[in-house]
Design a protein around this ligand. Structure first.
Ligand SMILES: CC(=O)N[C@H]1NC[C@H](CO)[C@H](O)[C@@H]1O
Length: 510
């Protein structure tokens, strides 16, 4: 096996010795170091200690059988967690500027995990649990190890699409758990789209009542959304919601009259609808109220506004829009109308004190953007030219183009994702610094709770290591050895969810 054990993603600096210590479930404890700025009142860490104890030793109940005995000579009995900065950020939310580094020293008489904030401590606990192995007698052991670790990229995400197929909350929670096991720190929740609108809005409840696949069973209530956000926070994961407009909005029209553009065939409305209607003031009144709510429901500093794949056909067919184009002097360049809409939307969202991410078309169409806009590059497998263009324009950039996991193929396609080098584009060092990371996208056209897990894992793990580990970590054989073991760890945990949430494998006739 690799001299890196089964560690995934590979830490920046790791030395595993061949001196091993035994771990006894009845005597091993994870404790707050005396000097730590986060003590027993930090529920995020206390929750993590229990989680990782159960990962390592199985459910705690079974261990009560043994009385704790005297400590053997080669036994490790304690992991001390020491948060070093005065503000541990224990009750806060992770952000793109969070410090995620940690140092882990496994030695006798006890192991020490040092991190500036709780975010690094969570990663250190994951790494510690990955160092534990079972010998042929079933005894848990860990080798003396020194690790100094931090992520290469700050934004390491997974996009899930809950509109093309609804995903039960438990499926989302299970995948957040697995994301944390891969040190992924962003859940990009592509929550609504053309086919269904499962987000239950308190301001506009008819959007899901009319637009969801089912008004009660296929919606995310405010309580569901809160649960996902807190479950993610406890695992150091940001939740960035995407409400994609003006395209990909068919389901919005079911519950909000006059929001979408009526398409015409000749001089008469055809009865079908197109993108959001950009010429009505009522559109912007709605967006103000809607994104006002979103800014209070989702605590992350950023919201994703979409802006991808806007089809101009319907706008072109509508006489009122044709008139508007003339008045504005847009000629017949409809990307100017799209920019008109997006610019007003960006002003609305800026007024809610949120930053925004947009798909690359918004940049490609020359929309005036705020300097801290995050441009999300997705078109074309490589898209190195686009990365050069976007960073040359000075925008913060994240890469998804080579990591569309909804595209499936035969055999070990994880290797294709693993071999991507995000900074392989022509640009200055300053341009490269604008790339803050990337996301693996699992769009839902052909994905639901019955096949999501095997399609996402361990393929997304390849993206997770590419975004966490050092640039020169490219040895595919070493990766194969580690990933083969890591995969078992993931599946044992996810199967835990399958077995404990038997009703969670939902099959919807959609
Ligand atoms: C930004 C983006 O990717 N937009 C669409 N492109 C194709 C995808 C499927 O691979 C989805 O349909 C998605 O909604």
């Amino acid at each position: 096996p690799s001299e890196h054990g089964s560690l995934w993603p590979l830490p920046q600096k790791v030395q595993i010795s061949d001196v091993s210590f035994k771990l006894m479930s009845s005597s091993f404890r994870i404790v707050d170091a005396k000097q730590s700025s986060a003590g027993p009142s930090c529920s995020l860490l206390q929750d993590a200690y229990r989680r990782y104890y159960e990962y390592m030793f199985g459910s705690a109940k079974r261990q009560q059988l043994y009385k704790s005995r005297r400590t053997g000579p080669t036994e490790l009995t304690e992991l001390q967690v020491w948060i070093t900065s005065p503000d541990s950020e224990c009750d806060g939310y992770p952000s793109v500027t969070s410090v995620e580094s940690y140092e882990l020293s496994v030695d006798q008489p006890f192991a020490v995990l040092k991190a500036p904030t709780v975010w690094g401590a969570l990663h250190g606990l994951e790494t510690f649990s990955q160092l534990v192995y079972e010998d042929e007698y079933g005894t848990k052991s860990i080798n003396s190890t020194q690790i100094n670790d931090f992520p290469r990229f700050a934004h390491r995400g997974i996009l899930l699409d809950t509109s093309r197929h609804f995903l039960p909350v438990k499926v989302i929670l299970a995948n957040l758990e697995t994301m944390a096991m891969n040190k992924i720190n962003v859940f990009h929740w592509h929550i609504v789209d053309d086919p269904s609108f499962p987000y239950l809005s308190r301001t506009f409840p008819q959007l899901s009542r009319q637009g969801a696949y089912h008004p009660y069973t296929h919606v995310y209530t405010p309580a569901d959304v809160k649960m996902v956000i807190e479950w993610a926070r406890l695992r150091g994961i940001r939740v960035i919601p995407e409400f994609d407009t003006p395209g990909h909005t068919q389901s919005w029209g079911k519950g909000q009259a006059d929001l979408l553009t009526p398409c015409y065939s000749g001089a008469k409305p055809s009865g079908t609808f197109g993108p959001v209607n950009p010429i009505l003031n009522t559109t912007y009144d709605f967006m103000k109220l809607f994104f006002g709510e979103i800014s209070t429901v989702f605590p992350d500093a950023y919201v994703h506004l979409g802006g991808d794949e806007v089809d101009f056909t319907c706008w072109k067919s509508n006489p009122d829009i044709q008139k508007f184009m003339e008045q504005q002097g847009f000629g017949d360049d409809y990307s100017k109308l799209e920019s008109f809409y997006i610019q007003k939307l960006l002003e609305i969202v800026t007024a809610t004190k949120k930053g925004y991410m947009i798909w690359q078309e918004v940049f490609d169409n020359g929309v005036k953007l705020k300097s801290d806009t995050v441009v999300h590059v997705w078109i074309g497998g490589g898209s190195n030219d686009e990365m050069s263009r976007v960073t040359a324009a000075g925008y913060t950039t994240i890469l998804s183009a080579p990591w569309y996991l909804d595209y499936i193929s035969y055999a070990q396609d994880w290797q294709k994702y693993y071999k991507v080098e995000p900074l392989n584009f022509n640009g200055t060092e300053a341009q490269k610094k604008l790339v803050i990371g990337g996301e693996a996208c699992l769009w839902g056209e052909y994905v639901d709770a019955t096949n999501l897990t095997p399609r996402l894992w361990p393929r997304a793990s390849a993206v997770a290591e590419r975004l966490w580990s050092a640039k020169d970590v490219t040895d595919i054989n070493d990766a194969f050895n580690r990933l083969s073991m890591h995969r078992c760890r993931i599946y044992i945990l996810v199967i835990f969810f399958f077995t404990f949430y038997h009703n969670y494998v939902h099959c919807y006739a959609v």
